[in-house]
Ligand binder design. Structure first.
Ligand code: SF4
Length: 232
């Protein structure tokens, strides 16, 4: 009985607020851009209970770090084609509605030591190497931060927290970032693919099990959702 109230409570929290028009950095970094194409096409998002729980606690953990660093939750919204930011627009909401494929929003978790963009990530098990999509995400943040402030950040860090040890075990990965021009190029390439009339290629993988579009996508021709495995 309480479980029902609990599930409804966290689902309502996760689904409240809505999203800004336009793209989000997370749309551009997944291996499968088809997912973002579906989202921008207005296909209804259907999150399973496990995704909702994961998202809720991920957000809660992030909020608990407030105050750890001087610059935290740095929000950005840019148009990489015109190389402008939302601060330069008179009516950004209208502009984003009119040109949703030209604008990208996102926020990094913290700026560490004045020279490193830091993101916290929760994981079921600490990885031995950082996720490529998270590295790409921090690279895109560096380009967005440059447009916003004129400051080029050249280093990134992902700080993983282990859910299975109640966040006691942690692991950090530091890496150099690509140049601003390289990041702009990669960002625009992904945006162009998502804006195309034809959907990007499907890239089936382990994340299909939590993809909100899996029921529409049919990633491998036939996917057995009950068994959670692909049948070729
Ligand atoms: S189900 Fe898999 S292949 Fe299809 S959009 Fe989602 S992640 Fe991509």
């Amino acid at each position: 009985m309480i479980e029902e109230i609990y599930r409804k409570f966290i689902r309502d929290k996760v689904e409240s607020g809505g999203r800004r028009a336009g793209l989000h950095v997370s749309d551009l970094v997944s291996d499968c851009l088809r997912k973002s194409w579906y989202r921008m096409s207005g296909l209804p998002v259907i999150h399973g209970d496990d995704s909702v729980t994961n998202f809720y606690y991920g957000t809660t953990v992030h909020e608990s770090f407030d105050g750890m660093f001087e610059i935290m939750e740095n929000k950005m919204c840019v148009n990489p084609y015109a190389e402008i930011t939302e601060e330069e627009m008179v009516d950004i909401d209208k502009e984003m509605k009119d040109n949703p494929f030209k604008w990208v929003s996102g926020s990094f978790d913290a700026l560490y030591n004045g020279d490193t963009i830091l993101d916290f990530k929760t994981a079921k098990k600490l990885p031995t190497s950082p996720s490529m999509s998270y590295i790409k995400q921090i690279n895109f943040y560096s380009y967005m931060y440059y447009l916003q402030t004129g400051v080029e950040i050249k280093k990134g860090c992902i700080f993983y927290l282990d859910k299975s040890t109640a966040f006691h075990n942690v692991r950090e990965f530091h890496f150099d970032l690509l140049t601003l021009e390289e990041n702009r190029g990669h960002m625009i390439a992904a945006m162009d693919e998502i804006a195309g009339e034809e959907p990007p290629e499907k890239v089936p993988g382990i994340l299909c099990t939590v993809c909100p579009y899996k029921d529409n996508c049919d990633p491998h021709g036939y996917y057995d959702y009950k068994l959670k495995r692909f049948i070729n």
